[in-house]
Write a protein that binds this ligand. Structure first.
Ligand code: LER
Ligand code: MN
Length: 270
């Protein structure tokens, strides 16, 4: 397993779980200084910066790109794949396909979190899950063209009512025969939704493709009450070899958070 840390350039998400929010050049330098293997990027849109500029920063600092988030499509542009309005769903899909293309050129998968939306009002749960499966089919095919996966993230109940648990996500992938789709195990969401985080990872088996390594309170690991040993053992048991990514609140500040998180990752993997 490898380490990653979040860099955000989305002012609307300033209160979100993103560690470094300064200019990207500084964020890359900080990630390297703390010893991370990779950065996870949260950008306002796919045309915010060129792929070439990111490639230059990555090679200057000898960092990989672990993943690119799509959440700005929701927090900045109000787009969701399960919006009752077909034109909004289409815009959401196009935003995601462009982000897949952006990340793909960097060898990085894109993540679907808040842009999955919610069911309710005129939209039934069955309808929303069908729209979502249809979008995931297209996203998976687009990702495969870059030899990467597309990452689907079950979120806690306060952020979506579609799929809240990891094994439920695994069953959904299998039911709809979704290809090139992997699951994101965000340990913060799982602390709320799972009865046993380690068992949930075992139950989801091979489907986990990315990990947001957050403590129970979404601070850096070690600042809450998550017991990490069984979780790391479960990830090893299912053959997970991807990133433990610091999608956590920059508490007490970004520097201290980054230092605590890399210490926790090193201890966990030692
Ligand atoms: C995104 O990775 C996530 O975990 C969401 O909670 C962000 O709103
Ligand atoms: Mn997450």
């Amino acid at each position: 397993m490898k380490s990653a840390i979040t860099l955000s350039q989305v002012p609307e998400a300033a209160a979100g779980p993103f560690v470094f929010q300064q200019a990207l050049a500084e964020g890359f330098a900080s990630a390297k200084k703390h010893g991370y293997d990779a950065v996870e990027l949260f950008l306002p849109s796919p045309d915010f910066i060129t792929v070439e500029e990111i490639k230059t920063l990555a090679s200057q600092h000898d960092l990989e790109i672990a993943a690119v988030g799509t959440g700005a499509g929701m927090v900045k542009h109000g787009l969701s794949l399960t919006d009752p309005d077909a034109s909004v769903r289409e815009k959401a899909l196009q935003f995601i396909l462009q982000m897949i293309d952006f990340g793909g050129q960097l060898g990085a998968p894109a993540i679907l979190g808040s842009m999955q939306g919610k069911w309710g009002g005129e939209v039934t749960r069955e309808q929303a899950l069908l729209w979502l499966a249809d979008a995931l089919k297209q996203a998976g095919a687009a990702a495969a063209q870059h030899n990467v996966s597309f990452i689907y993230e079950p979120l806690n109940r306060y952020e979506t009512n579609l799929i809240n648990q990891l094994a439920e996500g695994a069953r959904y992938i299998e039911k709809h025969k979704l290809e090139h789709i992997v699951l994101l195990a965000d340990l913060f969401h799982m602390n709320i939704e799972e009865s046993n985080i380690a068992q949930a990872i075992i139950d989801a088996g091979k489907h986990t493709g990315h990990v947001h390594y957050a403590d129970s309170n979404r601070s850096a690991m070690g600042m809450g009450h998550t017991e990490t040993a069984p979780i790391i053992a479960a990830l090893k048991q299912v053959g997970y070899s991807g990133y433990l990514s610091a999608e956590v609140f920059p508490r007490p500040d970004a520097e201290a958070c980054a230092a605590q998180e890399i210490k926790a990752i090193r201890e966990a993997l030692a």
